[in-house]
Design a protein around this ligand. Structure first.
Ligand code: NI
Length: 393
């Protein structure tokens, strides 16, 4: 049998919790009701230590009673929603206008609640502590993970686990990737300042417009000429702002760009190249360049040992056909901050079912998740907890 009986008994609760959270989505850093709901539910399960180190988000500690050498592991779920008006026809559609759980975080939260209940029910199967991290604000940099990291949420933790539901894979398929899983997500703004004037007297101005054009083109050479082709990098100039009228040379021109990369060294190199190109072009035109370069979420790096352990555990439970080796993913994930203090493993869990219409992209107003995927998540975490907290050295 795929699922053990205890996991099957929680299915109705799991779906009810997920639907409640789906109906009342809240934006990043504003998950007040969601955190209240989580806390209220946890208190009905039995004894655990609950911490609220930030305004939203919550940490619950469950201690096991199995004898042996105790360890502590953490499991993290993100709880926030997105600024999207839901466009689905569901009985539990979002009741908060322009806010929607369109990334599956409602499912992540429900999975972690179900795990909490099962662990409390059967503390004899774990030796040590499971720290359940209900993390706020994954969708909005600087993100909630960094706050919880600084609050010591993974102090003394040996390993942290995380999961993301994904409409890119069929329901119940686990996507496993060793080492680099997600891209580092950075941005930069460059403002070129010159001197505006009458379009008919360009010699009296310092025109930033041709310089901006040259800058945009020159930035393309970072990827094509400076980085090895085997090293996947994106530099996309997505915004360009200048000018007010057809006959006025503007004072300034500004661009904004996104950068995605996987290698930490490459990441730093891109910043150096961007700065060099921008100041070089500005200098050649007699302009001034102000460069604002911001690092966003770093890459999620999956620990090799944990990846192997997870894969073995998944295959034993669900069979080889349910486990897929996947490529690195371009979206960012602030789970990466927890890996600053301990090793970790993050898995993708498929929730795509074309017949049910759960094949829409994430962050889309028609996004839905197949609730059958949730049980897979609960069973996976439960198996990992038992294997990792078995009390044996
Ligand atoms: Ni997400």
């Amino acid at each position: 049998m795929t699922f053990e009986p205890a996991v099957l008994t929680i299915k109705d609760d799991l779906i009810a919790w997920r639907r409640h959270i789906h109906q009342y989505p809240e934006l990043s850093f504003k998950e007040f009701e969601t955190t209240q709901f989580i806390q209220k539910k946890l208190k009905t399960f039995g004894h655990m230590i609950i911490d609220r180190p930030t305004r939203t988000g919550l940490i619950a500690r469950v201690r096991g009673r199995k004898p042996g050498i105790p360890r502590t592991i953490a499991i993290r779920a993100d709880i926030d929603a997105l600024p999207i008006q839901e466009n689905n026809n569901l009985p539990f559609i979002s009741k908060n206008s322009n806010v929607m759980h369109a990334c599956g975080h409602d499912g992540h939260t429900a999975i972690l609640l179900a795990l909490a209940k099962l662990l409390i029910q059967d503390p004899c199967c774990i030796c040590g502590e499971v720290r359940l991290i209900f993390q706020h604000a994954e969708e909005l940099p600087p993100g909630g993970a960094i706050e919880l990291l600084e609050a010591g949420s993974v102090k003394g933790v040996e390993a942290v686990l995380g999961l993301h539901l994904s409409s890119n894979f069929d329901t119940g398929i686990f996507g496993v990737k060793q080492d680099v899983l997600t891209a580092a997500v950075d941005r930069f703004d460059i403002t070129l300042s010159g001197k505006g004037g009458h379009c008919a007297y360009p010699e009296q101005s310092l025109d930033p417009v041709p310089a901006m054009a040259e800058l945009i083109l020159a930035l393309q050479t970072v990827v094509s000429r400076k980085i090895a082709p085997q090293d996947p990098v994106v530099v996309s100039v997505c915004m360009a702002r200048t000018g007010t009228a057809y006959n006025i040379i503007p004072d300034d021109a500004a661009i904004t760009a996104s950068v995605r990369s996987f290698n930490p060294e490459t990441r730093k190199q891109i910043e150096r190249e961007v700065r060099q190109i921008a100041s070089g072009i500005a200098l050649s035109y007699g302009l001034e360049a102000v460069i604002d370069y911001e690092y966003g979420y770093p890459s999620v790096i999956n620990d090799p040992g944990l990846t192997q352990l997870a894969e073995k555990t998944l295959v034993r439970r669900f069979g080889e056909n349910q486990v897929m080796h996947i490529d690195s993913l371009m979206p960012g994930e602030d789970f990466s901050y927890f890996l600053h203090d301990c090793k970790g493993f993050f898995v993708e869990l498929g929730s795509r079912n074309t017949a049910k219409g759960t094949d829409q992209p994430h962050h889309n107003s028609k996004y839905q998740l197949d609730e059958d995927a949730l049980l897979y998540g609960v069973q996976y975490f439960l198996d990992m907890v038992r294997v990792m907290l078995n009390g044996v050295s």
